[in-house]
Each structure stands twice: as structure tokens, then as C-alpha cells.
Design a protein around this ligand. Structure first.
Ligand SMILES: Nc1ncnc2c1ncn2[C@@H]1O[C@H](COP(=O)(O)OP(=O)(O)OP(=O)(O)O)[C@@H](O)[C@H]1O
Length: 416
């Protein structure tokens, strides 16, 4: 199961001196141990990491060759001790601009929790899932899938609203609409269709209101949460969300309010209808059904309120913004934090990923790139939205972060 990235002599690093070191990354004692040779390229723009399926002999790394963290403005530790402490369930949501490393950071956090004794669930609400790629394991299918490797149970769930919507649309065209019910039942959302049937969901789908994809996603997420509240799933003490890029995430976060308001209106309408027709309906014996439907709708509303409360609960939930040191990404992070504040979502940490270590050679490109990154990092200090957040820096490594050993390696750098 250990991955092998042996072709490491990439041409981009040919000019780097042979400063090789070996950092042992220990896994479970019953799993194959790996060596993690790390060599630094000459200009040192990246850490070089490989994961070889060989047994560990724990040599103390030579001091001068140890992995160094990147010196940069106001760098801080992530406070992992606090994150890991306690057995009460905690939720972590990682979000930011596309491609900055949200999935890698979320997956590495989930692995670290699991390796520190927390049965953990990692959930992706990003329609373009990369959890499977990140764990190098097929996690598709919209079900809880066990991730192999960590010490404690780690499960992954990829929620796919795009696919769900497409299937929903197809289903709605079949059997004069009864397919919708079947499909929604399959999704565990039968109740939603039952209750919102009068609102003509088919029409809603043709002109979907903003956030419909997320509605499906969050409905499913809330169903997962319902599961998790049951005894059987109470083992999960840490739940990590790998969220979609910024725009989607904000819609997702504001959705409970939107649904709450909508459902509130529906309930009022139902009550009016019910009182206007109750005499007639009771004669025909339908009053009970209507009341039952209203109760179910009320339960759905309550669940939505619960999801919203969860997002805003500073004791159990934290949103971590992930960014990279570019002006564009940092500007977007600033806007994201402003929006999260408006939604009262607690944010304490900002991860700046893919930071180049200082260049020690005459590589002009590396020096320029690093300078550019430092300028972007400086922006954080002066940004009213970001300057108060705990700044965590993660170096750019010269290999893709894939598979549990790689994620463990990244986790040890980021989550300290
Ligand atoms: N510190 C790093 N050093 C080197 N490569 C990295 C680092 N962080 C992430 N990557 C790589 O960058 C790519 C994108 O990372 P990832 O999928 O985690 O980003 P994302 O923000 O979740 O992307 P998306 O928005 O597309 O879901 C992956 O190939 C990942 O291995």
C-alpha cells in the first residue's frame, strides 16, 4: 500500500546539490514502513519527497538536512493540540479558491486525526471531487467508504450534487414524475419531494434557484449527520469537510437560511390551507395525512436549522481558509472571510500553501518567484480580514500529495 515515487531525478532539479536526507515516516506497526527520502534542490525552491516501500530504520536525520519550515512573516503553529483534544465531536471545514490545496489539507487533517486516535469522517461537498485522487483510493459512490492506512477508523464520503441533479432531472421526466419520488427515496430525500411536491419541483429544476445543487448536497449532508447522531455512527469524533471553491461554499453556507425561510413560508401556507379546509377534509378523513405532512416538513426545517447552527457553533466547528501566496488567491481569501463573518461562521486559521523555501542558489526564476510570494504574504499582514487569523504556512513539495503516507507527511508539516 505504500506508494512508490522513485523517479525523482526530475529535470527541474538537476542543478540541485546532492543534499539528501532521510526522514522516517512511521505508519502503523502492522503496515509496511516507509522511508521518506527528502533531498533539497540546489535552489531549494521545493522540498523533494519520495515514498518508498521499504522498512524504516530510524536514523536521526542530519541536522543541517532536516526539513525546515519556511521563515516568513508571523508564521504560527496550527494549534493541533487543541484541535485533537477532547472526545466531543468537532467539525472542520476547509475552503478557498480552486486548486490551492483544500483537499490535500483536509485529507491530511483527517489522516492526522485518525492517527491520533479519533475515528474520523472526511466529507467532500466539492462537485469536482478529488478525495479519491488524494487518498489514491476509489471513494466514489456517495457512500461512506473506509480509507485504508490510518490507526483509527477513517471514512470518506463524496457528495455529488451535480450528478444528483442530473439524475433527478432524468428521473423527473420518467413515469409522469413518479421517478422523482423513487430517485429521491434512493437519496434518502423522499420526504423532501413529498413535502415540496406542491411547489412543483420539476419546474424548480428547469429554472433552479441559486443553491439547488447545494440544497441536495446539504440535505444529504444533514442526512449523514442524522446517521451520525445514531448510536452506530457515534464513533466519529472528528468530521472534516473538503468544501467546493469559494462561490459554491458560500451558497452552501447560506442555504440553511434560504431553506429555513422557504420552508417557513410553506408551513404558513399549509396552515392557512389546513384551517380553511379542515372541516371539509376531516369529513373525508384526510386531515391526519395533511397534519402528518406538515409535521415532516417541520422536522426538515428543524434539521436545516440544526445544520445552520452547526456551521456557526464556535465550540464544535471551525472553518479553515486555504490559500496560496498569490495576490489573486489572497484577495479571494479576504472576500471569503468577509462573507463567512457575515454568515457568522467561525474562522481562526489561514493556511498559505505551496510556499517556496528561500532560494540559496543563483536560480533567477526561483528568486523572483519567492520574492513575488513574499509580496503576496505581506498583503496578509495589512489585510483587515486576514491579519488577525493564525497564519500557517505549508511548503511547496515537488511531488503530488497522494496516498495516506504522503498525506501523513503533509499533515505533520501543516498541522502542528
Ligand atoms: N504543498 C504542496 N506541494 C506540492 N503540491 C501540492 C501541495 N498542496 C497541494 N498540492 C497539489 O496541488 C494539486 C491540487 O491540490 P488539491 O486537490 O488539494 O487542491 P484543491 O484546492 O482541493 O483543488 P480543487 O479546488 O480543484 O478541488 C494536487 O495535485 C496536490 O497534490
Amino acid at each position: 500500500m505504500a506508494l512508490s515515487v522513485s523517479s525523482f531525478a526530475s529535470s527541474s532539479c538537476r542543478n540541485f546539490p546532492a543534499t539528501n536526507t532521510t526522514a522516517a515516516v512511521g505508519l502503523r506497526s502492522d503496515l509496511p514502513k516507509i522511508h521518506t527520502p527528502i533531498s533539497r534542490c540546489k535552489t531549494n525552491p521545493t522540498f523533494r519527497v519520495s515514498f518508498l516501500p521499504v522498512r524504516v530504520t530510524r536514523k536521526p536525520p542530519r541536522k543541517s538536512l532536516q526539513v525546515r519550515s519556511v521563515a516568513a512573516p508571523s508564521e504560527a503553529v496550527a494549534g493541533f493540540d487543541e484541535m485533537v483534544s477532547g472526545t466531543a465531536r468537532k467539525y472542520y471545514m476547509l475552503g478557498g479558491k480552486g486548486g490551492v490545496g483544500k483537499t490535500s489539507c483536509a485529507a491530511s487533517l483527517a489522516v492526522k486525526f485518525a492517527n491520533n486516535g479519533h475515528p474520523t469522517l472526511v466529507v467532500s461537498t466539492d462537485p469536482a471531487h478529488s478525495l479519491s485522487d488524494s487518498f489514491a483510493q476509489d471513494l466514489t459512490g456517495g457512500m461512506l467508504v473506509p480509507v485504508e492506512g490510518p490507526d483509527s477508523p477513517l471514512f470518506a464520503l463524496e457528495i455529488n450534487p451535480e450528478k444528483a441533479r442530473e439524475e433527478f432531472r432524468n428521473a423527473s421526466q420518467k413515469n409522469g414524475g413518479t421517478g422523482v419520488k423513487d430517485f429521491m427515496d434512493g437519496m434518502g430525500l423522499g420526504m423532501l419531494v413529498e413535502q415540496l411536491g406542491e411547489l412543483k419541483l420539476g419546474e424548480l429544476l428547469d429554472t433552479p434557484p441559486p443553491g439547488l445543487d447545494e440544497a441536495i448536497a446539504i440535505s444529504k449532508a444533514s442526512i449523514v449527520m442524522q446517521f451520525l447522531e445514531s448510536q452506530e455512527y457515534s464513533i466519529f469524533t472528528r468530521i472534516v469537510f473538503d468544501t467546493a471553491p469559494t462561490g459554491h461554499t458560500l451558497r452552501l453556507l447560506s442555504l440553511p437560511d434560504f431553506l429555513d425561510a422557504s420552508i417557513g413560508k410553506i408551513l404558513k401556507l399549509k396552515q392557512k390551507l389546513a384551517s380553511a379546509t379542515s372541516a371539509i377534509k376531516s369529513v373525508f378523513g384526510q386531515e391526519e395525512t395533511r397534519q402528518d405532512a406538515a409535521d415532516k416538513l417541520e422536522r426538515l426545517r428543524e434539521r436545516m436549522v440544526k445544520v445552520r447552527e452547526l456551521f456557526r457553533d464556535t465550540d464544535s466547528t471551525e472553518f479553515v481558509i486555504v490559500t496560496i501566496p498569490t495576490v489573486m488567491a489572497i484577495s479571494e481569501s479576504s472576500r471569503l472571510h468577509a462573507s463567512l463573518k457575515r454568515e457568522n461562521v467561525p474562522v481562526k486559521k489561514l493556511i498559505v500553501n505551496q510556499v517556496l523555501p528561500p532560494s540559496t542558489s543563483d536560480c533567477k526564476f526561483c528568486a523572483m518567484k519567492r520574492k513575488d510570494q513574499m509580496r503576496a504574504l505581506d498583503m496578509i499582514k495589512d489585510d483587515p480580514e486576514l491579519s488577525n487569523l493564525t497564519l500557517i504556512q505549508a511548503p511547496l513539495v515537488d511531488v503530488e500529495i497522494r496516498g495516506v503516507p504522503a498525506l501523513q507527511f503533509m499533515g505533520d508539516i501543516v498541522w502542528k
